[in-house]
Design a protein around this ligand. Sequence first.
Ligand SMILES: [Zn+2]
Length: 125
Amino acid sequence: MRAKDQSHETHFLKLLKSREHVLRKSLHSLIHGIELVETVSTHDVYDFKDLAGAIHQDNINHFSITRMEDELLQIDEAQKRIESHLYGSCLDCGEQIDLKRLESMPATSFCVNCQTSFELAKKMC
Ligand SMILES: [Zn+2]
């Protein structure tokens, strides 16, 4: 059982690392994209529509960056949980998180049930 646990952890560690790599790459290009937009909006705007478009895109990029930074933090936390052999258990109820869920969202810290009730609670606020 121990050996199986270990390969399971190695598998998810690999998933997390590759997700982290993709995120860091996109984050890098997004940040450079924003620098570009800022240059355009201060120097090259001949049309209000252009500026609005640039600002709109810029807002989307800022939103994506925040989301990516959040996910990177979650990935970091998940890697720590792997190191301390706590990975795969829901942080709230302690139940085993569904493997399919972990495969698609390796950085998740909660089972479907807890995640759903958090989201419901958030909507009510
Ligand atoms: Zn749970």
